[in-house]
Design a protein around this ligand. Sequence first.
Ligand SMILES: C[S@@+](CC[C@H](N)C(=O)[O-])C[C@H]1O[C@@H](n2cnc3c(N)ncnc32)[C@H](O)[C@@H]1O
Length: 206
Amino acid sequence: MKKEYGFTAKIYDPMLYLALNPIRKAVLKELIDHRESRILDLCCGTGNQLKMLSRNGFKSLHCLDLSESMLEVARRGDHSINVHREDAARTGFGDGEFDVVILSFALHEKDRKTQLEIIQEAHRILGDDGTLLVVDFIFDERTSGPGRFGATMIERMAGGEHYRNFKGYKQSGGLSEIIGEKMFRHANSIRRAYGAVTISTYRRSP
Ligand SMILES: C[S@@+](CC[C@H](N)C(=O)[O-])C[C@H]1O[C@@H](n2cnc3c(N)ncnc32)[C@H](O)[C@@H]1O
C-alpha cells in the first residue's frame, strides 16, 4: 500500500485540484452544522478534505489511511488533525466513537468484500443516528457525457486493480448496491462534476 501510492501522493492534490476543490467545498457546506462533531475521514488520502474543514473551524478531526505516502502529505501543514495509519475495514476505534464518518472516493476502487467491510466498520464506529457522508462516482441517466468521460479517464489512469474494481462498481449499480438500507437510511444527495459525482448523506440505523 505504501509503494502503491508513493508517487501518486506527491501529485494527487495539485493534479486533481480543479476537479476536487468544488467537491471539497460542497462537502464543507453539507457538514457546516457539525463543527463541534467528532469526524473521521476513512481512507482520507492526503487529508485534503479535513484540512479544509480544519481551516473552517472544525475541531475534532481524524484522518485514517493505509498508505504511509498519503499520510505523510496529510501530516503536513498547520493543523490539529489526528492522523491514523490503519485498515478502514478493521480500525481500532471503539463502538460509537464518531458523530460523522466521511468516505470520499474510497469505495469505487475496492473489491466488493472490502467495500462491505468498510461500510460495516463505519456503522460500528458511528454513534446512534450518526452521519455517513459518501462522495463517489455515480452513473445513471443524470450523469452527463463529459462527466462519464472525465471519471473514466481518471480511473483508467489509476489503472490495474483500481480500474478493474471501478468497472465492477459501475456495472453492479454503484453506491446504492453497496450501502444496504439495513445499516443506513438515505437522507439526501447532491451532484457535482457534470453529474458524475454524488455527495450522499446517510443516517445510521440502529
Ligand atoms: C482514491 S484515494 C481517495 C482519497 C481521499 N479520500 C480523497 O477524497 O481524495 C483512496 C484512498 O484509500 C486508501 N485505502 C485503500 N485501501 C484502504 C484500506 N483498506 N484502509 C484504509 N485506507 C485505504 C488509499 O491509500 C487511498 O489514499
